[in-house]
Design a binder for this molecule. Structure first.
Ligand code: TXA
Ligand code: MG
Length: 340
């Protein structure tokens, strides 16, 4: 299949992409979190093409993106007050809300047979204009091959999905760079299923109540996607603990042992202390004082090392404050919790 490369800043390209969506085709487009791979959520054949292109297990449900709150009426029987407060505070933005889904609102392949559905209004002009032009509810997971890090640039989507989808709409790199916070509001107490740029503290402040964060050892798997490997580059990743000096010393020892066949992705502060780094196998993630910047660079860094021959990748621990919680969640998954 030929994948059309379209430009999000061109009106006629957006029109073409919108028409493709209406015709039941798959179109990748930018959002502020990561690029999404969209198809008409009410067209089961179109939705199946998403699973096929990504190699995604059929029982891992898709979230739906909307451009107008009024579209919720097609998906849910009622909008709880909690949801309304959160939508007013954070939409458009990096928060996916899991609602009780209205029976038969979407084909079963969207929800994977669950009685709930995730919905988000993304905060990206290209995504919003495209969806509005198409006039559809758009089912959209991240636009990567299943198991790969989410794409934060159009080139990442091309690397993974060229020849497998109908079009890629480019729109620069994603400002947030980590997938949205997923908050389940279908039960009694709102529960974070996946941390993201909208933090637990921010949600609690808006709701005026304590919420839960699902711990990874919970026996009840509420976020089906958690069952599958995520964010894993080909080489093993190790997260190093300690002060920048300790981290640099530990990594220097490892780099010596690997004799130029290990990569590092570190803050600029830690990089400055490193003696043995090879420039070609080094990614500067940004400043430790700016965890948003570090988060925004993470997935591109993981993808970079897949183009090299490294045997191992070393990175550092970051404080789990604000977006740091989401950052460490993704880093620990990439590392499969391996520490140094
Ligand atoms: O920022 C984002 O959320 C991006 C952009 C493209 O919007 N999308 C994204 O989608 O990350 P995806 O499919 O890669 O991750 C969504 C996660 C999956 O792990 C899926 O299992 C989970 O949401 N999910 C979907 N529907 C669910 C539901 N009804 N209950 C619990 N988890 C659900
Ligand atoms: Mg994904």
């Amino acid at each position: 299949m030929e994948t059309k490369l379209l430009r999000g800043e061109l009106e006629k390209d957006l029109q073409e992409a919108a028409q493709l969506l209406r015709d039941g085709k798959t179109v990748a487009f930018p959002t502020e979190t990561v690029y999404g791979l969209g198809a008409n959520a009410l067209d089961a054949d179109a939705v199946r093409k998403i699973y096929e292109a990504k190699g995604r297990p059929a029982n891992n449900p898709l979230n739906v993106l909307i451009y107008d709150q009024a579209q919720l009426a097609e998906l849910v029987d009622s909008v709880p007050e909690t949801a309304q407060k959160l939508m007013d505070a954070f939409w458009p933005g990096p928060l996916t809300l899991i609602f009780k889904c209205r029976k038969h609102a979407v084909p079963v392949c969207v929800t994977g047979g669950l009685d709930t559905i995730g919905v988000r209004m993304p905060n990206h002009p290209v995504a919003l204009r495209l969806m509005r032009m198409a006039g559809l509810l758009v089912a959209a997971p991240s636009a990567n091959l299943s198991g790969k890090p989410s794409p934060t640039a159009a080139s990442h989507v091309k690397d993974d999905l060229e020849g497998r989808i109908h079009a890629i709409v480019s729109g620069g790199s994603c400002a947030v760079g980590l997938e949205s916070t997923i908050l389940d509001i279908s039960g009694e107490i709102p529960t974070i299923l996946r941390p993201g740029a909208v933090t637990q503290e921010q949600i609690e402040e808006v709701l005026g109540m304590k919420i839960k964060e699902r711990t990874s050892d919970s026996s009840l798997v509420q976020n089906p996607g958690e069952k599958y490997a995520h964010y894993t580059p080909e080489a093993p990743v190790y997260v190093c603990d300690g002060t920048p000096e300790e981290i640099a010393a530990k990594i220097d020892r490892e780099l010596e042992l690997h004799r130029g066949r290990a990569g590092v992705m570190l803050s600029k502060q830690t990089l400055r202390l490193l003696q043995n780094a090879d420039e070609n196998l080094t990614v500067n993630l940004g400043s430790r004082d700016d965890l948003e910047q570090i988060s925004g660079n993470l997935f591109a860094a993981l993808r970079y090392f897949d183009q090299t021959e490294v045997e191992a990748i070393y990175t550092e621990n970051f404080p789990e404050e604000k977006i740091g919680a989401a950052l460490m969640n993704r880093l620990n998954k990439a590392a499969n919790h391996k520490k140094l």
